[in-house]
Design a protein around this ligand. Structure first.
Ligand code: ATP
Length: 361
């Protein structure tokens, strides 16, 4: 059995105008979403934004107040949960403790009377590299191994769509990072459609080919991880996906290429195609790793934004990079990351520094 055989039915998912209201509360607000077949899609957002509710609607465990759900072009809105071509992997592995690993994986297949259930279950265990422990019981496996068994048990059913609800949430950090890579490999090997829900931005960015950032029941922005990181459209996306220094001010001038924003008396230049508006108040964001620190005043040059002087209030060394916190009069604390070159070039707590970055950032 080749891994691809598990994905014969991999399908696209379409949510059309999905709304879910609970008494006195709208959890999902007119959501439109299309996930292409075979993609690894992450739904990312803070606690309470509606991620789990969205998955439960797709799985058929919750009924939408409004809207339609299509899987592989087929309207399943009124289809019972057990009849939908969907499987879910939860944070708790929910393996049957009294059954062996192979029995756990083959269980659903056998119940449906699938021929070759045993053979398929072994193949699914090979996929997650656990066939050698097939006769053990769940309690004799580590957390990461149990989660891989849960994955094998879901994949073996060949769901058109696999839903993953914080599947790595119970694992420690190191194991989680390792499982992120493994999950991604397994997904690309079987080609199933994965919809992964998480509040961990790093997890979403490392694994998914498309990420949708959700906030208060709506999708704020959707795109490839790098696109969301480099070109966030809102302050929420900019700060939820990594760190960002934000400056709010009035647009004071504008030409064909750029707009200039006054932030506490300092001009900040932004390329015109990056600016949400060309007049009024706007918020400008710059990533900590794009800012350069200098001990002397920086010579002015076109296309460079310069702020300062500020004072370093905190230095944290983390091996590959150093994080500086800088107090800049009139602004909130600025964060800057610098790649470590040599200790002698590091700035120190209390140093006076100037900040600069290229306007394109
Ligand atoms: P988390 O990451 O914490 O699991 P989430 O993004 O998955 O959060 P949901 O579980 O989808 O969030 O919940 C979205 C909102 O809907 C929350 O504010 C929650 O309190 C509310 N909610 C969920 N289920 C119900 C319910 N049965 N009745 C009323 N409100 C509900």
């Amino acid at each position: 059995v080749s891994p691809r055989e598990f994905a014969e039915a991999g399908a696209d998912l379409e949510l059309v105008g999905i709304t879910k209201r609970f008494p006195g509360f709208t959890a999902i607000d007119d959501l439109d979403l299309t996930i292409p077949a075979g993609s690894f899609f992450a739904l990312l957002g803070p606690s309470g934004c509606g991620k789990t509710t969205t998955l439960r609607l797709i799985a058929g465990l919750e009924e939408p107040t409004d809207g339609r759900i299509l899987i592989g072009g087929k309207d399943v809105t009124d289809t019972k949960a057990y009849q939908r071509p969907v499987n879910t992997v939860f944070q708790s592995y929910a393996l049957f403790p009294h059954m062996t690993i192979i029995e756990n994986v083959a269980f659903g297949l056998k119940r449906r009377g699938v021929k070759d259930a045993q053979k398929l279950a072994h193949a699914a265990l090979q996929l997650v590299e656990l066939d050698h422990v097939s006769s053990r019981r769940p309690s004799q496996l580590s957390g990461g191994q149990q989660q891989r068994v849960a994955l094998a048990r879901a994949v073996v059913n060949r769901p058109a769509l696999l839903l993953l609800d914080e599947p790595l949430g119970a694992l420690d950090l190191k194991l989680r990072r390792q499982m992120q890579v493994e999950l991604k490999d397994i997904q690309s090997e079987v080609g199933l459609t994965f919809l992964h829900v998480t509040h961990d931005q790093e997890e979403a960015m490392t694994m998914a080919d498309t990420v949708a950032v959700m906030n208060k029941g709506k999708i704020e922005q959707m795109g490839a991880p790098q696109e969301l990181y480099e070109l966030p459209r809102t302050a929420f996306v900019a700060t939820f996906l990594g760190q960002s220094n934000l400056f709010t001010g009035e647009v004071v001038s504008s030409n064909a290429e750029s707009v200039t924003v006054d932030s506490q008396g300092a001009p900040i230049v932004v390329p015109k195609d990056r600016a949400a508006r060309h007049s009024g108040t706007i918020t400008v964001g710059v990533r900590p790793e794009k800012v350069t620190l200098s001990t002397g005043a920086v010579a002015e040059s076109a296309g460079t934004n310069i702020l300062g002087p500020g004072r370093i209030t905190d230095v944290s060394f983390s091996g590959v990079s150093t994080q500086y916190e800088i107090a800049l009069p009139g602004h909130s604390t600025i964060t800057v990351f610098e790649q470590n070159t040599s200790i002698s070039r590091m700035h120190r707590d209390g140093d006076e520094v100037w900040l600069s970055w290229s306007a394109e950032h």
